[in-house]
Design a protein around this ligand. Structure first.
Ligand code: IMP
Ligand code: MG
Length: 178
């Protein structure tokens, strides 16, 4: 990684433990119910792969791709659907799977969009959340880790589409994006 990363924030082991905790909570809450996991591309790819494998309850998977960022490090709140769900979620138990909640603007837009499709229930599971960056209040039922308000990469998270393949989560060195 050279000088691109300042430090490792969450190791592979930390992430594995966090995912196991989330999966146990989801399994307990949806016991006996079929659950549809909705992953938000591209960031949630690793969380979806690992969370879905850690769950014991029956699930199905679907994906949405939305864009809110461009190449910068700040959310615009302007969201576009790049790929919609293949599934009709009406009457289904839906769990949105996210990599990170920063300002919350993207997720808040997504939740009101999905709510209009009348799912039986709609909850959110995110690996990471930055409480100090919140611009809107969102009820998030499952949170892996609350982290400081710094830009992180790895385990699905990118800077300008790079670093998604890192198996850990690292702090991007400020000189990379300033
Ligand atoms: P929000 O609308 O500000 O909550 O931003 C949500 C989206 O921005 C996330 O799903 C990520 O794709 C991206 N994002 C926010 N913070 C970071 C970060 O620290 N690293 C990489 N991507 C981020
Ligand atoms: Mg995302």
């Amino acid at each position: 990684m050279g000088d691109k990363l300042e430090k490792v924030l969450l190791s592979e082991e930390d992430i594995r433990a966090g995912i196991a905790r989330l999966a146990a909570a989801v399994d307990a809450d949806y016991d006996g119910e079929e659950l549809l996991l909705v992953g938000v591309l591209n960031g949630a790819l690793m969380v979806m792969a690992d969370l879905s494998r850690a769950l014991h309850n029956p699930i199905t998977l679907d994906w949405m791709a939305i864009s809110s960022y461009g190449a910068g490090t700040k959310s615009s709140g302007v969201v576009r659907i790049l790929k919609d769900l293949d599934t009709d979620i009406k009457g289904k138990h839906v769990l949105v799977v996210e990599d990170i909640i920063d300002s919350g603007l993207t997720l808040s837009w997504l939740l009101s969009n999905l709510r209009q499709r009348q799912p039986a229930s709609l909850e959110v599971c995110t690996l990471l959340r930055k409480p100090d960056a919140a611009k809107v209040q969102i009820d998030v039922k499952y949170v892996g880790f609350d982290i400081p308000n710094d830009f992180v990469v790895g385990y699905g998270l990118d800077y300008d589409q790079r670093f998604r393949n890192l198996p850990f989560i690292g702090l991007l060195a400020p000189h990379v994006y300033s």
